[in-house]
Each structure stands twice: as structure tokens, then as C-alpha cells.
Design a protein around this ligand. Structure first.
Ligand SMILES: Cc1cc2nc3c(=O)[nH]c(=O)nc-3n(C[C@H](O)[C@H](O)[C@H](O)COP(=O)(O)OP(=O)(O)OC[C@H]3O[C@@H](n4cnc5c(N)ncnc54)[C@H](O)[C@@H]3O)c2cc1C
Ligand SMILES: NC(=O)c1ccc[n+]([C@@H]2O[C@H](COP(=O)([O-])OP(=O)(O)OC[C@H]3O[C@@H](n4cnc5c(N)ncnc54)[C@H](O)[C@@H]3O)[C@@H](O)[C@H]2O)c1
Length: 463
């Protein structure tokens, strides 16, 4: 095994692979150093296990809902002995077919299993061997954020890492945090029969989405039996028999929330400790995320960083795109390739789904645009009536005058798929006239997006 490479990638998650793949395709010799499983968080602890179980929870919920539609489907208790191995099979299959196979088939990519740390800007010590390269890509990702709440260390609390790998679903769970993970996993647990309480410190859920959509979803989740409280400040944790009790301040009064399990879903911390970054002078921000410019350069020449370790957006395809840009800049130093996350969509896999791309009206106005936002309630979309899923809506923000589409947010069935139509429109500078005069399938949920564009174009006098 050689110890000298063209590029060394620290980590072997989604971000690392995206960078290694294009460097290897360009004939560069690449080493990936990974301390754990290939595929990183997304494949092993995040996207794949969570979405596999969420999909099954949705089917289970659908079966019970079907009774009210005259379908008389029977939904007995969920069988964890079948569900959990099924989820693990999805994880292992994706890991083997998408990551291990690629390594096996690429003569230019080598992987070693070890924990790596820098000993100089062009040398990494991994398992006692020194590997060198003129270019380094740090893709060490993130881990669930944990804060020091008194008593927390005395209980066996959960984070997304272990909550998806329990042998079965708990009777009850208190989830601290009201963001993406709390909502996705909170709804999933509730649908499998767990009594769920979500406690958010801020004034609202899912802060990156429009309040109209999040309040609608909050109502739906409460109708499914989930208890949700905002403006909650966690104070301390105590063990009460088999249960864990979280005490929190609400409107100045202390309230106790007791459940079989306590889960923290309060954000992501970067994996930047003990990498030798301070010693070689790589700058991080206050939270520890590596600082990079739009070309994904750190402040140390030859060292690049991408993915969760550099901060938001903390989603797999965004990190992959960043790594591709970093490697493009390594291969083509005068190309000045830059990342632009206005074109990176994201979805929240609750039911119905949230999806967003581009700028909100507030972000657009802050950037100096004069904008018009239109909202189409799902009640106006015939396909929603076909499906019996009328709660939700589509928001579209366009520039006043030109009608150029700047941003879209939606809460509707299949939003994670439909958002790509908006992503293409924004990326290629299409206007509300372009979108509204494009023939859409009928009946379809995408038609809601067309209606939002048509309303916008009409209100601006563009059609
Ligand atoms: C529960 C959950 C659900 C999610 N669902 C989605 C989703 O549906 N869609 C989506 O787009 N995103 C989702 N995400 C986010 C997504 O998982 C991350 O954005 C993505 O995994 C980041 O990829 P990365 O390669 O930057 O980091 P990671 O995937 O974390 O990979 C970093 C790798 O580096 C390794 N490493 C760290 N330090 C060292 C070291 N010193 N030496 C060697 N190796 C090291 C780690 O072991 C790890 O394998 C989810 C996250 C979670 C937690
Ligand atoms: N579908 C997806 O793409 C997907 C799915 C899961 C996770 N992820 C990624 O994983 C990351 C982590 O998810 P997350 O839900 O942990 O983070 P998040 O940033 O989405 O939400 C964290 C929430 O916790 C709240 N919070 C912070 N400290 C708190 C405290 N002490 N008490 C109560 N509430 C507190 C915050 O106000 C925020 O609402 C996200 O950034 C997300 O991008 C993505």
C-alpha cells in the first residue's frame, strides 16, 4: 500500500465519496481514511435507516386511515422483529452496492479503516502510518449536538444515532428540539404507537419554513396525538423508576415531563476535535465548524473542507455538491468554481412532506429584491381531494416586474419529488409565466405549483 497520494480525504461519508469519485475519474490517486462504516451518517445512522422506518410508519398509518375510507384494512401491532432487520437490510444493501462496490471497482481509490489526524498540512497520521498528499479534503461530518443539562449524564438518553437502532419502539418518549429530526422521528414513533412529547426551546417549530405551513403541520401532528410545546427551557433530568423525567421552565414555571426515553434532537456538532486542526492552523468558527470560502478552501493552502463539518446546509446532497466543487477547484485551479446553495433543495420527510428551495420572501427582500409571494392552499388542488389529503399548501416567491422565480416552499404529499421542478426553474432563471404556461399533468399535486405561478403572474399583470 503506497503512503503518498494526489488527494487524501478524511472521512468516507456522502461528501467524501462525491469528492473522491471525481478525483479518481480524473486519474488522481485518492486515499479515504474512515474510522467507521463506509457511507457515514446518511447511510448508516441518518437518511437510510430513518427513511426506511418512516416509510413503513406511513404505510401503517395509511392502513389504519383506510378503515375510514371503506377499505377495511387491518393494522395489528407493528412487528419489530420484522421491521428492524428490514431497516438494517436497507442500510447494509445501500452501503454495499453504492459505496463498497465503488471502492472495489475503482483502482484509483484506496480506503483504510483508521482514525486520522493531521501532523502537518500535507500529512495525516492514521493508525500509526503517515500518509501524505498535496491536497487534503476534510469531510469528517457531524454528530448529534449534546448540551450539558444537569443530570443528563445519569440517564441513558437517546440521540438520532441510537434511537434508530433500538430493538423496538418505546412506550413513551420526550424529544428535546422541534427541528427536522424531532418532527420526522416524532411522527414516526407516534405512528408506531409511542406517546410522543416534543419540547422546543424557540417560539416555533422548523424555523426555516414559513409559519403558515409549520402551523398547519403542528395542528396535524397534534391531531395524531403528539404533544408539542414551544418556548421550553430544559433545566435538569432525573431518573424516576423506569422512566426519565425532564424538568423544564415554561412561562417561568417548572414542569416535569416523564417518559420511558428522553431523546435529544437539538442540532449537529461538527467532528473537528482531535483532528490536529489547531496545530496546523485551520480556522473554525465558534461552534467548531470549519471556515471555508465559496470555493471550499480553508485558510490553509492545500486543505479543503466540505459537508456537515463546514456547517449549514446539513444535508447529504449539499455536502456532496460542495465536495465536487472543491475537487473541481483542485483539478482546475484557475476555474474558480463556487458553491451556490440557492439551488440546493431540501425536504423534511414527515407526512405530508415539507420541501424548500431558493429564497424566502424575507431573504429575498434582505438581498434587495422587490418580491411578490403567492400561496395556494391544497384545498384548491383537485389531486389533494382525490387523495383525501387537503391540508397543506404551496408558497412561491417571485421578483416583481420580471416574474423571475426566487423561492418555493411546500407542504404536500410528494413535496420531496415535486420540489425539483421549482429547483430547475430557479436554477435556470425561469419566470412565473414560464411555469404557469407549461402544461402539467392533471390531476397532480404539481398542479398546485403551477397555480401558485399563475396567480403570481396574474397579480403582476404578466399574463
Ligand atoms: C437522523 C438523520 C436523518 C437524516 N436524514 C437526511 C435526509 O433524509 N436527507 C439528507 O439529505 N440528509 C439527511 N441527514 C443529514 C445527512 O446525514 C448529512 O448531511 C450527511 O451525512 C453529511 O455527510 P458528510 O459526509 O459530510 O458527513 P458524515 O456522513 O457524518 O461522514 C463523515 C465520516 O467521517 C468519519 N470520520 C470522522 N472523523 C474521522 C477521523 N478523524 N478519521 C477518520 N474518519 C473520520 C465518520 O466516521 C463518518 O463516516 C440526516 C441526518 C440524520 C442524523
Ligand atoms: N430530511 C433531511 O434532510 C434531514 C433529516 C434529518 C436530519 N437532517 C439534518 O440533521 C441536522 C440535525 O437535525 P436536528 O433536528 O437535530 O436539528 P435542527 O437544527 O433541524 O433543529 C434543532 C432544533 O432544536 C432546537 N433547540 C436547540 N437547543 C435546544 C434546547 N436546549 N432545548 C430545546 N430545543 C432546542 C432548535 O431551536 C431547533 O428548532 C439538521 O440540520 C438537518 O439538516 C436532515
Amino acid at each position: 500500500m503506497p503512503t503518498s497520494f494526489d488527494l487524501i480525504v478524511l472521512g468516507a461519508g456522502t461528501t467524501a465519496f462525491a469528492g473522491a469519485r471525481i478525483a479518481a475519474a480524473a486519474g488522481k490517486k485518492v486515499l479515504m481514511i474512515e474510522q467507521s462504516h463506509l457511507g457515514g451518517t446518511c447511510v448508516n445512522w441518518g437518511c437510510i435507516p430513518s427513511k426506511t422506518l418512516i416509510h413503513k410508519a406511513e404505510m401503517y398509518h395509511g392502513a389504519r386511515k383506510g378503515e375510514g375510507w371503506g377499505l377495511n384494512l387491518q393494522a395489528g401491532a407493528p412487528h419489530c422483529g420484522t421491521l428492524m432487520p428490514l431497516k438494517q437490510k436497507a442500510v447494509v444493501t445501500v452501503r454495499e452496492t453504492h459505496y463498497q462496490r465503488e471502492v472495489d471497482q475503482s483502482p484509483n481509490i484506496k480506503v483504510i479503516k483508521a482514525r486520522g489526524h493531521f501532523i502537518s498540512p500535507c500529512e495525516i497520521d492514521a493508525g500509526g502510518t503517515i500518509y501524505s498528499a498535496p491536497h487534503m479534503l476534510i469531510a469528517t461530518g457531524g454528530e448529534p449536538r449534546v448540551v450539558p443539562i444537569p443530570g443528563l449524564d445519569t440517564v441513558n438518553f437517546l440521540t438520532s444515532y441510537n434511537a434508530l437502532h433500538l430493538p423496538c419502539f418505546p412506550q413513551s418518549i420526550v424529544i428535546l428540539g422541534g427541528g427536522v429530526i424531532a418532527l420526522e422521528m416524532g411522527q414516526m414513533f407516534a405512528r408506531f404507537g409511542t406517546r410522543v412529547t416534543i419540547l422546543e426551546r424557540g417560539p416555533r417549530l422548523l424555523a426555516e419554513f414559513d409559519l403558515r405551513l409549520t402551523e398547519l403541520f403542528r395542528m396535524m401532528l397534534e391531531q395524531e396525538g403528539v404533544e408539542i410545546l414551544c418556548n421550553v427551557e430544559a433545566q435538569r433530568v432525573e431518573k424516576h423508576g423506569d422512566n426519565t423525567c425532564l424538568f423544564a421552565l415554561i412561562n417561568g414555571a417548572e414542569v416535569g415531563f416523564s417518559a420511558e426515553r428522553l431523546m435529544l434532537a437539538i442540532g449537529t456538532s461538527p467532528v473537528t476535535k482531535n483532528l490536529g486542526l489547531e496545530e496546523i492552523g485551520v480556522e473554525t468558527d465558534q461552534a467548531g465548524f470549519i471556515k471555508v470560502d465559496r470555493q471550499l478552501r480553508t485558510n490553509v493552502p492545500g486543505i479543503w473542507a466540505a459537508g456537515d463539518v463546514t456547517g449549514a446546509p446539513l444535508i447529504a446532497p449539499a455536502g456532496a455538491r460542495e465536495a465536487q466543487i472543491a475537487v473541481k477547484n483542485i483539478l482546475d485551479p484557475s476555474g474558480n468554481h463556487s458553491i451556490d446553495h440557492r439551488f440546493s433543495p431540501m425536504a423534511v420527510f414527515v407526512d405530508p412532506e415539507f420541501a424548500t428551495v431558493g429564497l424566502t420572501n424575507i431573504q429575498a427582500e434582505a438581498q434587495g429584491y422587490s418580491v411578490l409571494t403567492t400561496y395556494v392552499d391544497l384545498e384548491r388542488v383537485p389531486k389533494a381531494h382525490v387523495m383525501g389529503e387537503m391540508l397543506g399548501g404551496v408558497l412561491l416567491t417571485a421578483e416583481q416586474g420580471t416574474g423571475k422565480i426566487l423561492g418555493v416552499q411546500m407542504l404536500c404529499p410528494r413535496a420531496a419529488d415535486i420540489i425539483h421542478e421549482a429547483t430547475l426553474a430557479i436554477r435556470f432563471g425561469l419566470s412565473v409565466v414560464d411555469l404557469s404556461t407549461t402544461v402539467h399533468v392533471y390531476p397532480s399535486i404539481s398542479d398546485g405549483l403551477r397555480q401558485a405561478a399563475r396567480d403570481n403572474a396574474q397579480m403582476q399583470g404578466l399574463i
